[in-house]
Design a protein around this ligand. Structure first.
Ligand code: GAF
Length: 382
């Protein structure tokens, strides 16, 4: 959506022009899954799907929001009395963000907000983080809150952990805040330092939504987190970031089978994620292909977060691209999307193979997005 579009939507609802607009992107993670809350490494890219907000101040301490994509549903609440809504929905994200921002910046006042977005929801492309970061960006501009990228990401994560109720890590909010055009980010989730690497120009990022209806995502996600934390405790380390294969094998008998497998995924995935940065730096696409393939197998067999239609999508695409590019499931798991990094000239062939085979086997209709990269809402070039 262009700035003019979101501004005119705002004018239509509130009969006045907005004072600020914000945009925060969704993301696709190329490798490094479930490593963020284990203080490890992730490798996401900010994409050309995101959330747009137009906003203006109010002087009565009320936040009023129009959600364009939910039939223009409108809701309002007072900053002095923010109550969690029992039924899940978009409003808790706004309330959660306002609560954590207000706690740190008491000068935050009321606002009128119009919100719209195009990140596919429930697909593992971070529609929630993009929403949180877009709200934080709008409030930061409106009230000149001196919030920068890392703080914005931490506030978004805090809102999601403490108010919405999902124990997510920091990856999604941080890439939505600080992603850079044309680049993937190697993020160290322990100290939040970032290294950026150019993506090869003749390669495309293809995302295929499996359209598997995701069930139990939050409970399975939180369970994986608990299993990782239990494994770290038994290994005597602060987080699985500090464990290695030798330590894991030596302590194997003290871990349950699941704890052992979860830890093995995290240890091997951290190594693959840093290796991915080096492989891209060298332009070694055969190595990229290998690392992404191993990551998928580890998510399937050790972390057990893939589902058969997703495994099948990966198989179809892998056969088509061979060692020229990589493919794996991306995001939290249990459905959602597959990501492929592949030469642009293979896009048509891969799309055709997926169209020919996926529905016939699974009865599900995939959706293909050819993505471009984007910059984060708090990137200095924004
Ligand atoms: C979800 C979470 F929000 C992230 O923090 C991350 O753990 C991811 O799943 C899995 O890598 O997107």
């Amino acid at each position: 959506m262009t700035l003019a579009d979101i501004s005119s939507l705002f004018s239509a609802y509130f009969n006045t022009t907005p004072e600020v607009t914000s945009h925060a992107p969704g993301r696709v993670n190329l490798i490094g899954e479930h490593t963020d809350y284990n203080q490890g490494f992730v490798f996401p890219v900010a994409i050309n799907f995101g959330t747009d907000i137009a906003a203006a101040k109010r002087h009565d301490g009320i936040v009023k929001v129009v959600a364009v994509d939910y039939d223009n549903e409108c809701a309002s609440f007072s900053l002095d009395n923010i109550q969690h809504q029992p039924q899940p929905g978009w409003l808790n994200y706004v309330k959660g963000v306002c609560q954590v921002v207000k706690a740190k910046y008491p000068q935050l006042g009321g606002a009128n907000l119009v919100v719209t977005g195009n990140v596919p929801q429930g697909a593992g492309l971070s529609s929630s983080a993009s929403f949180e970061v877009a709200i934080i960006s709008a409030l930061t501009q409106l009230y000149e809150l001196n919030i920068e990228g890392i703080e914005a990401a931490l506030l978004g994560q805090q809102a999601e952990n403490e108010f919405v109720g999902c124990s997510c890590g920091i990856m999604d909010q941080l890439i939505s805040a600080l992603g850079k055009h044309g680049k993937a980010m190697l993020l160290d989730c322990r100290d939040l330092s970032q290294r950026f690497i150019d993506l090869p120009e003749d390669f495309a990022i293809m995302i295929i939504n499996s359209n598997v209806k995701r069930g139990l995502v939050d409970s399975e996600y939180n369970l994986r987190r608990q299993q990782c934390e239990a494994a770290a405790r038994k290994l005597g380390v602060a987080s699985l970031r500090d464990a290695d294969t030798e330590l894991l094998e030596a302590a194997k008998n003290s871990l349950s089978e699941n704890e052992y497998k979860r830890a093995r995924h995290i240890i091997s995935e951290n190594a693959r994620t840093t290796a991915m940065f080096d492989a891209l730096a060298k332009g070694d696409m055969a190595q990229v292909s290998q690392l992404m393939a191993e990551s998928h197998i580890s998510m399937r067999d050790d972390f057990e977060i893939t589902v058969p239609p997703i495994d099948f999508l990966v198989e179809i695409i892998q056969q088509e691209i061979g060692k020229t590019g990589g493919v794996r499931m991306t995001g939290g798991g249990f459905g959602g999307c597959v990501v492929a990094l592949l030469p642009k000239n293979l896009l048509l062939g891969v799309t055709k193979q997926v169209e020919d085979k996926y529905y016939a086997r699974t009865g599900l209709k995939q959706k293909v997005y050819i993505c471009t990269t984007n910059q984060g809402a708090f990137d200095e070039n924004t």
